[in-house]
Ligand binder design. Structure first.
Ligand SMILES: Nc1nc2c(ncn2[C@@H]2O[C@H](COP(=O)(O)OP(=O)(O)OP(=O)(O)O)[C@@H](O)[C@H]2O)c(=O)[nH]1
Ligand SMILES: [Mg+2]
Length: 493
């Protein structure tokens, strides 16, 4: 196995890549040890929690809480299995897993990768490696292992039985982050739906669920008195409840997306082009939206900071207005449960007139991010929407990498959302890609047609405006469609 976060003094080079890490110190270790008696209390608290869950069987959201405890403050060991690609790819993948784990609030103690022809069907990493992993877990005092992939329910269980601590996979980790970040009603419902569909095939008796729930040592006995699971019947009931809950969420979501479609239709009628900012998580999408519109959207060096789409009005330099929306970031192997659940949000991207595909040019492997994002575009039917590649973070990017990217994507615009460099070029590129205002109109709109006045303001560019006895006199450039509506109010000169 290839150890990533060795704490020995000899591997400062390997650690260099993890710059800024809070190192695991002897003091931390002492804390862990000192924490042992408290662990007993913790277990006790969890036993109460288990009882609470039983009492809560009418309130299904709590069932998910059992499986999706927050990962905050957990101490984790990362485990990556790579079957293809290079060591560098494997390292990048584990580095991303580390960012994901930290975003979820966990402290990463160690990371190991293993090269295999294919994952072991029983324990994912194979029995021998599983034993090694248990030693690492014991020596670091970790309470959770995160595997870089999606494990079959039986693999999770069997690996857990060997390493004696909770094991979760990358999919569960991403779902956990989404759950922590969801704010809107729709976002929460989408995440819950995704979690439940992940949870359904993984349900098992509360006996073992307790050890998963605990976040502590699964080896804290095999359950013992009071910790044995209630068995199949309970699982069956839960399964039925989960199915019912999922059906309800789907109905609610369907309703919410109808409301949104109505809003979207209105926008289409108004002929305001829609521009979506999409791209890999942490690429700088929200920063760019802020740069372009002063939107004040949450920018964070964390993955999936944005889950709810933010829509802002923006204008091209020649005054044409368009909407600019910031969306949820993509990630490699975005769990299909999430793509399904977020389908309506993602469809907005597919529906837009232009996609600004933001790429973090300072990332070690931007090309892989580009293709991962394009895969999602294809999955949501957005592959035909015009795409403008925006190479962001040029202030921090390696000039050589930038050059290679430019060679692959000659149309791409280089910007730095941080310094503002290149943003004018980007604005010009967006303006060029949007429909133009091709009709010059001179009209006098009666006061009862305030609606048309607002539309000229929103969609067109005003040359001159004044208020006369008969109404609002306007000289403006407007899109074709609006020009048609204004025809009857046309005046000469
Ligand atoms: N150096 C540099 N950092 C940037 C630039 N643009 C954004 N960042 C940083 O990159 C991190 C992510 O920025 P966000 O704008 O939150 O990225 P995002 O794509 O919206 O991320 P999610 O919503 O989490 O998917 C933040 O720490 C930003 O400060 C840039 O041009 N240069
Ligand atoms: Mg964002």
């Amino acid at each position: 196995m290839n150890t990533f976060f060795d704490h020995g003094p000899t591997d400062s080079a390997a650690r260099g890549a993890w710059d800024g890490d809070r190192e695991y110190t002897a003091e931390d270790r002492a804390d862990t040890l000192a924490g042992v008696p408290e662990q007993g209390e913790l277990d006790l608290a969890e036993r109460h929690a288990l009882r609470r869950v039983e009492g809560l069987s009418t309130e299904l959201t709590d069932v998910t809480e059992v499986e999706y405890r927050s990962l905050r403050l957990e101490r984790v060991v990362l485990m990556g299995v790579w079957t293809s690609g290079t060591q560098v790819d494997a390292d990048n993948s584990l580095y991303e897993l580390k960012q994901l784990a930290e975003t979820a609030g966990a402290a990463v103690l160690e990371g190991v990768t293993q090269r295999r022809r294919k994952p072991d069907p029983a324990t994912y990493i194979g029995r021998g490696k599983a034993d090694e992993l248990r030693e690492i877990v014991e020596s670091t005092g970790a309470d959770t292992v995160i595997c870089d992939g999606e494990l079959a329910p039986s693999q999770l269980r069997q690996l857990e039985d060997v390493v004696k601590v909770k094991v979760i996979d990358r999919t569960a980790l991403i779902l956990d982050i989404f759950a922590q970040h969801a704010r809107s009603r729709e976002g929460k419902a989408q995440v819950e739906l995704a979690q439940l569909s992940y949870l359904l095939p993984r349900l098992r008796g509360w006996g073992s669920a307790l050890s998963r729930q605990g976040g502590g040592r699964a080896g804290g006995g095999n359950g013992g008195v009071g910790l044995r699971g209630p068995g199949e019947t309970k699982i069956e009931t839960d399964r039925r409840r989960i199915n019912a809950r999922m059906a309800k969420l789907r109905r609610q979501l369907a309703h919410m997306s109808t409301t949104r479609e109505v809003q979207r239709d209105q926008r289409q009628v108004r002929q305001v082009p829609a521009v979506s900012i999409a791209g890999y998580t942490n690429a700088g999408k929200s920063s760019l939206l802020n740069r372009l519109t002063n939107a004040g959207v949450l920018v964070e060096d964390a993955l999936f900071a944005t889950l709810d789409p933010t829509v802002r009005q923006a204008r091209t330099p020649d005054g044409r207005s368009f909407t600019l929306s910031d969306t949820v970031g993509f990630v490699r192997h975005l769990p299909h449960q999430l793509v399904e659940a977020f389908r309506s949000t993602l469809e907005e991207v597919a529906d837009s007139d232009l996609i600004l595909h933001v790429v973090d040019a300072s990332h070690p492997d931007p090309e892989q991010q580009l293709s991962a994002v394009r895969e999602v575009f294809a999955e949501i039917g957005a592959q035909d929407v015009p795409e403008l590649v925006v190479l962001n973070k040029t202030d921090a990017a390696d000039p050589l990498v930038l050059k290679q990217l430019k060679a692959k994507e000659p149309q791409a615009v280089e910007v730095s959302a941080r310094t503002g460099e290149g943003v004018d070029d980007l604005v010009a590129a967006v303006a060029a890609a949007l429909p133009t205002l091709d009709r010059e109109v001179r009209v006098v709109l009666p006061y009862e047609r305030g609606d048309l006045v607002s539309r000229v303001h929103a969609e067109g560019r005003i040359v001159d405006e004044d208020h006369t006895g008969e109404g609002t006199r306007l000289h403006a450039w407007v899109p074709e469609l609006l020009a048609g509506k204004l025809e009857e109010y046309a005046v000469v000169g």
